[in-house]
Design a protein. Structure first.
Ligand code: NAD
Length: 472
């Protein structure tokens, strides 16, 4: 069952139209399939005013009471998995199975976060003093999300802010506004008016949010370049920021692995959502002893993966989400063709309607080639050879990104020792792209600032307040 239009903004618990409109393209066809309202400065001011008015009563509730609201939201999402997943596939492109997983994860992660307790800590208790550390909500949190996982990347930061006592103004990417607006509509029946406000809008609305004096924090997920702009503009009011930015994750494959098994897993982690995942594997370093066999196995996976509309249940890879990103990924492929690398799969690319890119595997494209240095955010996998693990680590760490990375090997203790030397926020062993509600996730270096999920992520929405009592 599909949702029916129209879509509306949510401001102060009410449906609201916008001062403008967004046309939403289905990337499997390249054609507009829906429109929705877009907010400007007036709607933003109204949303911020509604959030500020709702804040005192929301802040006064207990964690348990706020967790109950989040649980009702998770229930509403669960009740709407199918229409939300179908809408997600139509606006974002990912295969229906992955869309269902994204919707499911949004509910599970938000419930998981509300099981974390935040209690005052006693720092000193002696004859003279009793000193406690409390955590209090910041106020109004602006949540800005990208187009690759619009449900998951909205619900995670949003429920983290709400559970800790903040009110929110949420803005999705102009490429994928529809599921977020629908979730806003579901939340209208659950949360007190003003606690949750949802505005669709373009990049300029994001810029207005990061400069708005009535917003106390921006929780931003998106590219490094935009993250830097958000941080610069937030500095005007010393807004707090959490930045979840891009990555260029390396996987290091040691000589003792089961080649066929690991090639399958690495192919999935590199091409899920057509590679449009912040923590997708974006570079693969393989020991020389197994290099040829691994390349052959990875290329076979690429050739066997079925490309098509995400609504077709046999599809493994959907389209690239938008024309700008499609042209960028095709640009990487053009550069690869001009370089020294050997294309092992994906030399033939589809033409015709939709933003489809067939998975491409390239051997030894050159360590300074764009496909190794930049974040491709598409199903194009560079595979490089190494002899010595220290050299593989140096190459894996030779990047301004530091989101995550992985090491694959049968000798788990050895692989763990190597993984711990990756300069990243998360180093995985024999897995990639695994996150949990009570485990912090975020980037080192230019991949971000702060963490999402876990008690660290929750405290990122709070101010530390010391209460210091002189006893005598
Ligand atoms: P983007 O930076 O272009 O846009 C992200 C959001 O920021 C959109 O809502 C956009 O409208 C808004 N925006 C644009 N300009 C703005 C400005 N000046 N001020 C405030 N907001 C502004 O990113 P994208 O292309 O939508 O997403 C892809 C990027 O997101 C990739 O680099 C990917 O790695 C990254 N990402 C990171 C994570 C993570 O958790 N670390 C997760 C998903 C995606």
């Amino acid at each position: 069952m599909d949702f029916e239009a129209p879509y509306s903004l949510t401001v102060g618990g009410q449906a609201r139209t916008g001062s403008d409109e967004l046309a939403v393209v289905n990337p499997a066809t390249g054609r507009v399939f829906a429109t929705c309202p877009a907010a400007g400065a007036a709607e933003l001011d109204a949303a911020v005013a509604a959030a500020r008015a709702a804040f005192p009563a929301w802040r006064a509730l207990s964690f348990e009471a706020r967790a109950a609201f989040v649980a009702r939201l998770a229930g509403a999402i669960r009740d709407n998995v199918e229409p939300l997943a179908r809408l997600l596939t139509q606006e974002q492109g990912k295969p229906l199975l992955q869309a269902r997983e994204e919707v499911g994860r949004a509910g599970t992660l938000s419930i998981g976060m509300t099981q974390i307790r935040i209690e005052p800590e006693v720092l000193v208790d002696d004859a003279q003093r009793h000193i406690e550390l409390h955590y209090v909500p910041l106020g109004v949190v602006g949540v800005i999300t990208p187009w690759n996982a619009p449900i998951n990347l909205a619900v995670g930061p949003m429920t983290s802010a709400l559970y800790t006592g903040n009110c929110i103004v949420l803005k999705p990417s102009p490429f994928t506004p529809l599921c977020t607006l629908r979730i806003g509509e579901l939340m209208r029946d659950i949360f007190p008016p003003g606690v949750v406000n949802v505005l669709a809008g373009g990049d300029e609305l994001g810029a207005l949010m990061s400069a708005h004096p009535g917003i106390d924090k921006i929780s931003f997920t998106g590219s490094v370049a935009t993250g830097k702009k958000v941080m610069a503009s937030a500095s005007g009011s010393l807004k707090r920021v959490t930045l979840e930015l891009g990555g260029n994750d390396a996987a290091i494959v040691l000589e003792d692995v089961d080649v066929a098994d690991v090639a399958k897993k690495i192919f999935f982690a590199a091409t899920v959502n057509s590679g449009q995942v912040c923590m997708a594997i974006k570079r693969v370093y393989v020991h020389e002893k197994i290099y040829d066999a691994f390349c052959t196995a990875l290329a076979a996976e690429a050739r066997n993966a079925k490309l098509g509309s995400g609504l077709d249940t046999s599809t493994v890879l959907g389209p690239i989400q938008n024309q700008r990103q499609y042209e960028r990924v095709r640009g990487f492929i053009d550069d690869i063709r001009k370089g020294p690398g050997r294309i092992l799969a994906g030399a033939e690319q589809p033409s015709g309607e939709g933003y489809f890119v067939a998975p491409l595997v390239v051997a030894e494209p050159g360590e300074s080639s764009r496909i190794v240095v930049e974040e491709q955010f598409g199903p194009v996998i560079p595979v490089m050879k190494f002899q010595d693990v220290d050299d593989a680590l140096t190459r894996a760490n030779d990047t301004r990104y530091g989101l995550s990375g992985s090491v694959w090997g049968k000798d788990v203790a050895r692989a763990t020792g190597i993984a711990a030397q990756l300069e990243v926020g998360t180093a995985w062993v024999n897995q990639h792209r695994a996150t949990l509600a009570n485990v912090p996730f975020g980037g080192a270096k230019e991949s971000g600032l702060g963490r999402t999920y876990s008690i660290i992520g929750l405290r990122g929405n709070m101010e530390a307040r010391v209460v210091s009592v002189l006893k005598s």
